[in-house]
Design a protein around this ligand. Structure first.
Ligand code: ADP
Ligand code: MG
Length: 471
């Protein structure tokens, strides 16, 4: 039953790494089994000098506007080339910066097999990009090779979360918890952007290929962005999945009611919303069942604020403040970026729709002694043995249950709890584009979780945005 739910979900989520077979017939390699998707250092050819050089380059936050600027599919070749070059202008410095951050961890931590697996994955990915970023991509043949490199990047980094979780758990004697939290928060936030850049180019490439063959262009998607995503629909989809997981683990499935503005829609990234909402529902469902209150429905209320005019500078500051998100956040850097006339969403103003979801459960709330820790990576009140099993299951389970194709965002969401990454990582996803998560616990009664999400421009504006066919 659970496997069926997982498979259905896998089919529905369109950006499975496995779907990316090489487009170069002669060079096509069968995909290695999941557990071989990390690369030994010997395959990485990039020099230390090159890593230092790239890591020293300034970085800036990625916005939803960056991701729609190549136009809606169908794309002309020129738009695909510009997407490839845009992606290349950002990725190498980001990967190099991650390599430096991993190198700055205590040696005993980087030597841990799980942490070094992640380190080698970054070295491998940067090496595969080296042939591309020395000169602009000018032919569609090179763009195809680059697309293969993007597919490899997404695949290589698909199982990072359980691997890192396991690695840091094994190293907890050698590194302060605060340092782990700081590292993981920066690393996982940076990873959101890196994957998104790669996935967006892959999605644009795939959409333009599909359009060229037969299918009508999809008017509501620009790559991984859905210009008219309805949070109510995502909640219902995630509910189905989480309820299956509950039924499998506990033998019961609590119910869920949606209230408020069910028709609300805005432009966002469905796979990010799915990740966040799945994690928040798992927490609410688990608390409801474990407190013996499974008869009490979980209530989701959706509120949609009228589009709020916000300057891009304000929006970027909101995204960047407090995150120490490893970008160049100087006021001048942000202002320079905001005056970028290439940005089709307008250099300074956009009307930003804001949607808030309140997830209310009657699961007894969060004990006061646990409350200060809920945002720490690895903190869980799930039974310790089960938690350990969750980490190792996630590490080895991709082939067993076909979970490798579950989602390109995070490979395995099939355990009800246990990694302790659900809340902090969901907050990182929400904050990435200017949203946030707040938790209000009424101990002895239940928990309210407020998820705020900021879209991009007005839905109308985006629907009328040019396609990539326009000159
Ligand atoms: P995990 O679910 O793997 O334990 P999370 O980061 O999702 O990790 O949550 C951390 C902890 O926060 C949970 O173990 C639980 O103790 C607490 N928590 C989160 N959401 C709720 C909730 N809705 N009700 C009660 N406790 C919660
Ligand atoms: Mg959780």
């Amino acid at each position: 039953m659970l496997k069926t739910a997982l498979r259905q979900r896998a089919v529905r989520l369109s950006f499975s790494p496995r779907r990316w077979a090489s487009t170069e017939g002669a060079e096509q390699q069968p995909f290695p089994p999941d557990n071989e998707w990390s690369h030994p250092p010997s395959k990485a050819t990039i020099s230390d000098e090159e890593i230092y050089r790239l890591a020293a380059k300034p970085r800036r936050p990625l916005t939803l506007a960056d991701l729609v600027k190549h136009g809606k599919p169908p794309l002309r070749d020129a738009a695909l080339l510009s997407s490839a070059n845009f992606t290349l202008s950002l990725l190498p410095a980001r990967l190099a910066h991650r390599i430096q951050a991993l190198r700055n961890l205590p040696f005993i931590v980087v030597s841990n097999p799980n942490v070094s697996k992640i380190y080698n994955n970054y070295l491998h990915s940067l090496s595969t990009l080296e042939p591309f970023y020395k000169k602009p991509i000018e032919t569609i043949e090179d763009e195809r090779k680059f697309t293969d490199a993007m597919a490899d990047l997404v695949r290589t980094h698909s199982n990072t979360i359980p691997t890192l979780a396991q690695g840091f758990l094994q190293c907890r004697k050698y590194i302060e918890p605060a340092e782990v939290t700081r590292f993981l928060d920066q690393h996982l936030r940076a990873r959101i952007g890196t994957r998104l850049l790669a996935e967006q180019h892959l999605a644009l490439h795939m959409a333009s290929t599909a359009d060229a063959i037969k299918e009508k262009p999809d008017p509501t998607h620009v790559g991984v962005i859905d210009l008219a995503v309805k949070p109510a629909d995502i909640v219902r989809r995630c509910e189905g999945f989480v309820a299956e997981v509950c039924e499998y683990k506990y033998g019961v499935r609590p119910s869920l009611v949606i209230q408020g503005d069910q028709a609300a829609e805005f432009a966002h990234i469905p796979m990010h919303l799915e990740y966040i909402i799945t994690e928040l529902l798992k927490n609410a469902f688990r608390a409801t069942i474990e407190s013996g209150n499974e008869k009490e429905a979980i209530e989701i209320t959706i509120a949609s604020a009228p589009d709020v005019a916000i300057t891009k500078l304000e929006s970027l500051k909101k995204m960047s403040v407090s995150k120490e998100n490893s970008y160049d956040f100087s006021q001048e850097g942000l202002e320079e970026y905001c005056s970028d006339a290439d940005d089709p969403m307008g250099p300074l103003h956009s009307a930003v729709p804001c949607i808030t979801l309140r997830i209310r459960d009657r699961g007894g709330g969060i004990p006061p002694e646990a409350l200060p820790n809920i945002w720490s990576y690895s903190f869980t009140t799930f039974n310790n043995e089960e938690a350990a099993a969750a980490t190792s299951d996630s590490l080895g389970s991709e082939d067993d249950a076909g979970l490798g194709v579950l989602s390109s965002t995070e490979a395995d969401q099939s355990s009800i709890a246990g990694l302790g990454y659900g809340l902090p990582l969901s907050r990182a996803y929400a904050e990435y584009f200017g949203g946030g998560i707040a938790v209000q616990s009424m101990y002895g009664w239940g928990t309210d979780v407020y998820l705020t999400l900021q879209g991009i421009a007005s839905t109308k504006e985006l629907k009328e945005a040019p396609t990539g066919l326009e000159e």
